[in-house]
Design a protein around this ligand. Sequence first.
Ligand SMILES: [Zn+2]
Length: 289
Amino acid sequence: MTTLAIDIGGTKLAAALVDGRLQMRDRHELPTPASKTPQALRAALEALIEPLQAQAQRVAIASTGIIREGALLALNPLNLGGLMLFPLVQTLESLTGLPTLAVNDAQAAAWAEYHALGGKYHDMAFITVSTGVGGGVVSNGKLLTGVGGLAGHVGHTLADPNGPQCGCGRVGCVEAIASGRGIAAAAEGSLAGCDAKTIFSRAGQGDEQARQLIQRSACTLARLIADVKATTDCQCVVIGGSVGLAEGYLAQVKAWLAQEPAAYHVRLLAAHYRHDAGLLGAALLAQGE
Ligand SMILES: [Zn+2]
């Protein structure tokens, strides 16, 4: 069986064919339509899948946002504008005539990372730190999605009640502080206006403010991991994302976590997949694996 896997992100759409042994081929991308209207997204998805759909027996979608009963929601409705309640599953079923499954992208990535652990653990959490902070939880070998699709959105737990406003509407979420966007937003003076990538490279050159911004992110993430350990008693936490996998970051998170009481310590691992965990995880879920 071949799965047409689709990844819907805020800036790009990706699609590929995934076979039963998780081999991926014909991967390609399109920019997410800037207008973010249902008509534009439907047309972009149609163009994306057109060269692939004849070779697939089912469709699996990993998407940013909350997936509830096959439709796309957003934690912050302003972010997705006209796409609020976009019927993802229904749209792909009508375009392809194939059975379709949709899941949040971080939940899908968590499932792919869980598989990459090769059965060593049955309880794990995945946290991705990139533009935002996303996550997924596997408990007793099952991916938690929640009745409303919200399970595992650990980036929107509270890190600092006096912290910055988060895009979801809360104040002081982990995402607002630890994410690449959060790191960049807190930069001042010589680093004002720099993106997270630049701030990481300045930290590597010894810039003190840059080092502190990254340390603040790593410390915030370590506290989140202690919270996740306390909530799920997971055996390991897998860290992914462009910030999470940046050189030296995981070591800092480990050092901060070591300062928490021993009950909250948990094994930290770097993600196995760098970019395609969402596509692969969605395909695995569609295969019922
Ligand atoms: Zn939030």
